[in-house]
Design a protein. Structure first.
Lengths: 231, 229
């Protein structure tokens, strides 16, 4: 079973302290390619949450059978096979959803986040903990990518939720800036992704530095744990 | 073997890990094969339905009464259509006469690679419609050639082709307005529409050249090569 403290630690690590995109800086390739708008970023994260939870549970369950020397090839085998199965099952059983999420699933095979979590966490922990680790690492990615995608599309075209009508047909993208906003192309091109991600990392470091400074002055450390807990 | 179990020899260890790896590979390959077999019928049905839906968008129902997915013409690799491989053209018929042809074309010179198109042309050389089936244009910028991603929902960009023909539009009008033609384009993304317009224009010219052959009332299921004029 899992204790409350353990659960909290896994959650805070995934969502804030060890955030895949802002701290571990893992899986940048799909991250940067996909976050040209918020909806795409969220979709990739949802697919990643699913795959990471499944891969973590599988590895955690099999961890005592895997010899240390060949663990990496076995992990890659497990992750690649599971992603392919998820891809096939989605395509066959949930075709509508597959058309929205589908292009993101193969991207995950190449994503080192999954392998990193399998190696760093699932290989040493029981399945339940591993499942939570996969989910919360994915949640950390979700809010980061949503923010990154949202900022990029807002700067580039003055919109939010572009493409939402492909996921939920009843909804429309939200044009915030006037229609004649000339657009700032750089933001949705790959360099824009690096620049915005850099700003987000700087923001996170600033928040942490401020919290650390406050702690060292003897004031109660409030922001850090509250921020991570509330996210 | 006399060596105690606690300190295995390198050879024994190599054999052991190799065996374990082999077992894992076998198990997961089996899982993949099973998943593939189990999902294949549904995946194929979904792909066919999707193709049908896309063709349905460019082919009005009153133009056909046949099962055009089975009434096909196999086209040899055609550089005029940008096709390096054999492709399939679907023949829509009403009371046996071919009313329209749905075929694929590729615009090789998109902003980031090939743009695959599905084009429907009537027997008298009029465009019924064009749809983009595959492309890698910049999201949020060049992808307005796909009606789903076009912000203009009332009249998506790609529908400008509806009803056009070589007779209706002169040689020099097959360009974006910026280049002196008749087609709209979005500022900052003109390479993409240029590529699509050029590909559609070339495809129409090719159809005009081959009209006698492609619209000949051959019997169903016959290949174009051995079709009588």
């Amino acid at each position: 079973m899992i204790s409350r403290a353990e659960f909290k630690e896994i959650r805070n690590n995934g969502v804030w302290h060890q955030n895949t995109s802002l701290v571990q800086i893992l899986g940048l390739c799909p991250l940067l390619a996909v976050t040209s708008n918020m909806v795409n970023g969220v979709m990739l994260s949802l697919a990643t949450i699913l795959v990471m939870a499944i891969a973590n549970v599988a590895v955690a369950a099999l961890r005592n059978l895997i010899p240390h020397e060949i663990r990496i090839p076995v992990f890659i085998l497990i992750v690649a096979a599971l992603v392919t199965v998820v891809d096939l099952v989605f395509n066959a059983q949930f075709h509508e959803l597959y058309q929205v999420l589908g292009i993101f699933i193969p991207l995950i095979v190449t994503n080192c986040i999954v392998l990193a979590r399998v190696e760093a966490f699932a290989n040493r922990n029981p399945p339940l903990q591993a499942a939570f680790d996969g989910v919360f690492m994915g949640v950390g990615m979700l809010w980061t990518l949503a923010l990154l995608g949202g900022l990029r599309e807002f700067i580039a075209g003055g919109t939010l939720f572009a493409g939402i009508d492909m996921v939920i047909p009843a909804l429309r993208p939200w044009q915030i800036l006037p229609e004649d906003y000339p657009g700032f192309l750089l933001a949705i091109l790959p360099p824009g992704a690096f620049i915005v991600l850099g700003c987000l990392i700087a923001w996170k470091n600033w928040v942490e530095a401020r919290a650390a400074a406050r702690r060292s002055r003897g004031q109660p450390a409030t922001t850090l744990s509250n921020l991570a807990g509330g996210a | 073997m006399t060596s105690p179990a606690k300190t295995p020899t390198p050879l024994r260890m190599a054999v052991r890990t190799a065996l374990i790896l082999f077992l894992f590979v076998t198990a997961f390959t089996g899982l993949l094969a099973a998943a593939y077999q189990w999902t294949r019928p549904a995946v194929e049905a979904a792909a066919a339905a999707e193709k049908m839906k896309l063709i349905g968008e460019v082919l009005p129902p009153e133009l056909y009464d046949n099962d055009f997915l089975r009434d096909v013409l196999t086209l040899a690799p055609t550089p005029e259509l940008g096709l390096e491989q054999e492709s399939t053209a679907y023949r829509a018929r009403r009371q046996g006469a071919i009313t329209a042809l749905v075929f694929e074309a590729v615009a090789p010179d998109g902003y980031s690679g090939k743009i695959r198109l599905l084009i429907a042309v009537t027997a008298d050389g009029r465009l019924l419609g064009v749809r983009v089936t595959q492309h890698k244009e910049t999201p949020g910028l060049g992808d307005y050639i796909e009606p789903r991603k076009d912000k203009n929902k009332e009249r998506p960009w790609i529908r400008q082709f509806d009803g056009l023909s070589l007779a209706a539009l002169g040689e020099r009008d097959w360009r974006v307005k910026k280049d002196g033609g008749r087609f709209d384009s979005l500022a900052g993304a003109t390479i993409t529409p240029r590529a699509v317009i050029r590909a559609v224009h070339k495809a129409l010219q090719h159809v005009a050249k081959r009209r006698a052959e492609w619209f000949a009332d051959g019997t169903r299921q016959e290949k174009s090569d051995d079709q009588p004029r």
